[in-house]
Design a binder for this molecule. Structure first.
Ligand code: PA5
Length: 463
């Protein structure tokens, strides 16, 4: 995996780029950032995941094998950091139409990630799967998340009704070692349980059982995934900015943010990497969107992440990226070599305008469109950069995850914020508890019922 930062710079894209002087000035902070990253390494337990999971990986692989031998479907019940990693691994590393392949071609179960509580969606899943032949992987670090708990309770009842007492093997849980309602339920029922290691927050958890059980069930090579993560770790240990791509990424984004560049676009040019952009959006948004700095100052930090997909979104969003405001960085995410090739044949009628395509490949077309868009965005003076994976494989995807986690942690240090909490999510959670009638939340329920002053003139019928 390589990163080309050139198009972030003034010398490549003109006055809206970053100057060498700005880099030099901010580079003085790199020493402090590096020291903080070293001192807090113990707290950032996700940084040890590529190295300290041999035992649990054996257990995961045995569990996955047994699931694939005995069941037809594997369903992740989780949300946010407890779902997006599994989704990203699945779409990056498995066949685009995986669930529609024969069982033989799949090599095991069909795979679903249910990360919403839309009743139509959940019922649609039950229309499709035989729940008696399905394993539900309930993932919740806190063990209390309303969405996951609700889904779990629905599934538990259905399984009990269908299988009587014989349903224990249909549920596997990944949760905290000690705390949370889910842990209590596991103790009571004796479900197979994996642990989210202490100090590993949801959005940094893809490389622990949260994402790895899905990976193993999908026959994704966990060893290679971890080797990729370890390689990225090794590439990001030095203090020197020019020898540490995570620090360079963090520093350039930090400078851009100081200049009012408030939007971070991740635009993969490989369909399967679309969910990696979704995973990145959560990592970037939840880690950096903070009201206060570490020393309590109001900073309202953050950058809005946007997921785009090449080439599809060239026909919907590129107009804005080239001609709209100078408030964005586009990170193009490409692959050097696709896993398959497809040639474009001669046109059905003899027309000059289509002839040039004959004998060329979709591989060349998508690569050319990436280069062309990068060129157009740069010509328009907009900041962009390119992350290139050699291939869409376990090693490269493991490296991508780990690298982006390191860059996120490092920019948290440049911004002097806590990149690992999410206090802004709490207010909505509390309001949901109140609206759903949870004991202890009566005051909030009353506050919500009272509402703010509402004016009828701002409530309008459309049909
Ligand atoms: O990244 C995070 O911390 C969040 O997105 C959580 O993963 C999400 O809220 C789900 O939480 P939990 O795993 O506790 O159910």
């Amino acid at each position: 995996m390589k990163i080309n930062f050139n198009n972030m710079m003034e010398r490549a894209i003109g006055p809206h780029g970053i100057s060498q002087e700005e880099v030099n000035r901010v580079a003085e902070k790199t020493g402090a950032v590096h020291r903080a990253m070293e001192e807090k390494k113990g707290e950032m337990a996700w940084r040890s995941l590529p190295y300290n999971q041999d035992e649990v990986i054996k257990d995961i692989e045995l569990t996955a094998k047994s699931i694939n031998e005995r069941f037809e479907n594997f369903v992740v019940l989780g949300i946010g950091g407890s779902a997006l990693g599994s989704k990203a691994l699945f779409s990056a590393l498995k066949h685009t139409h995986f669930n529609s392949l024969s069982a033989e071609k799949r090599g095991g179960v069909r795979f679903f990630v249910e990360d919403n509580v839309d009743p139509d969606r959940m019922n649609a899943l039950f229309d499709l799967i035989d729940i008696g032949k399905s394993v539900f992987h309930v993932i919740t670090k806190s063990g209390n998340t309303v969405e996951t708990m609700s889904q779990f309770m629905i599934v538990l009842k259905m399984l009990e009704e269908k299988l009587g007492n014989g349903f224990k093997e249909n549920i596997v849980v990944t949760t905290d070692r000690e705390t949370g309602i889910m842990k209590k339920i596991c103790n009571e029922y004796g479900f197979k349980t994996f642990v989210v290691p202490d100090g590993v927050g949801g959005r940094f958890s893809v490389l622990c059982p949260v994402g790895l059980l899905s990976a193993a069930v999908l026959n994704i090579d966990i060893g290679k995934l971890m080797a990729g993560a370890a390689a990225a770790d090794k590439a990001c240990v030095k203090e020197d900015l020019y020898e540490n791509p995570a620090y360079m990424y963090a520093l350039l984004y930090y400078i851009a943010m100081q200049k009012g560049v408030n939007v971070s676009i991740m635009m993969p040019y490989a369909d399967g990497l679309g969910s990696c952009a979704e995973w990145y959006a959560q990592l970037w948004a939840e880690s950096l969107g903070k009201e206060k700095s570490l020393d309590g100052r109001i900073v309202n930090a953050g950058q809005t992440p946007v997921r785009a997909l090449g080439v599809t979104d060239q026909h919907s969003q590129i107009q804005l990226y080239t001609e709209g405001p100078f408030d964005k960085i586009v990170a193009f995410l490409g692959v050097e070599e696709f896993n398959t090739e497809l040639m474009i044949p001669a046109p059905p009628i003899d027309v000059m305008d289509a002839k040039y395509l004959a004998g060329q490949t979709l591989n060349k077309l998508i690569a050319s469109e990436l280069m062309a868009t990068e060129y157009a965005v740069s010509r328009a003076g907009k900041m962009n950069m390119r992350i290139t994976l050699d291939k869409k494989n376990e090693f490269e995807v493991g490296a991508l995850f780990f690298f982006l986690e390191m860059a996120t942690a490092a920019i948290g240090e440049f911004l002097l914020i806590n990149a690992f909490d999410q206090p802004g999510v709490e207010e909505g959670k509390i309001a949901t508890f109140a609206l759903m009638g949870r004991e202890g939340y009566e005051k909030k329920a009353a506050e919500l019922a009272a509402g703010k002053e509402k004016s009828e003139k701002y409530i309008m019928a459309v049909n």
